[in-house]
Design a protein around this ligand. Structure first.
Ligand SMILES: *[C@@H]1O[C@H](CO)[C@@H](O)[C@H](O)[C@H]1NC(C)=O
Length: 190
């Protein structure tokens, strides 16, 4: 048993339940796909950008198409063709609803909105989109914050454990969770 496996194994155990999900931004028109996302605390969302220019901005239910103070913002990412080289990686920290819009032009008004962990009741994605239609101008924040812009090649792969390198994630995949747990147990002398 290699001692060098100890640290990544411990890190993987702590995050074993966390997952990454990919969200396509503008792939098929003015859409986030998926747009009604369920994620657990610790999960990450990796937003992939498509032509020609879109953003991922945090809003709240009451103020459609407007940024919230200190909310996340990717800025508008230009993509000439294909899928962009840059992704925006966002960590989900709790189970409260997270409202998202694209700040470019009238994309939000056209329905380019999404929710993470929509709650039952009147605050639905449909209601948010309906309110968005009537907003004169979307708010366009200019400071990237609350998430990380990174090279698509460095981003977590779907389903992979976030917060660790792709190599470590590959190790998890190779061992499987049971294998990792058994390895840790043997290292820790359980
Ligand atoms: C989760 O917490 C991190 C670190 O404080 C922050 O950057 C990120 O924006 C938060 N995620 C959401 C969805 O607010």
């Amino acid at each position: 048993m290699h001692f060098t496996h100890f640290l990544p194994t411990a890190a993987l155990l702590a995050l074993a339940a966390a997952r990454n999900q990919e969200v396509s931004v503008g792939k098929n028109g003015l859409t986030f796909e998926p747009n009604n996302i369920v994620a657990s605390p610790g999960d990450t969302l990796t937003f992939k950008f498509y032509p020609r220019a879109h953003s991922v901005v945090q809003s709240d239910f009451q103020n459609a198409c407007q940024p919230i103070e200190n909310g996340f913002n990717s800025n508008i990412i230009p993509v000439p063709e294909g899928v962009g080289d840059t992704v925006f990686v966002l960590q989900v920290n709790d189970t409260r609803p997270i409202w998202i819009y694209c700040s470019q032009a009238k994309h939000c008004q056209a329905g380019m909105v999404a929710v993470v962990n929509q709650a039952p009741g009147p605050n639905s994605l449909e209601a948010y989109a309906a309110a968005a239609k009537n907003v004169p101008a979307a708010g366009v924040p200019t400071v990237v914050q609350g998430g990380v812009l990174e090279a698509a090649s460095a981003a977590p792969t779907p389903g992979a454990t976030p917060g660790v390198s792709n190599a470590a994630a590959a190790e998890t995949a190779a061992y499987g969770f049971a294998g990792v747990a058994a390895l840790a147990a043997s290292l820790w002398g359980f």
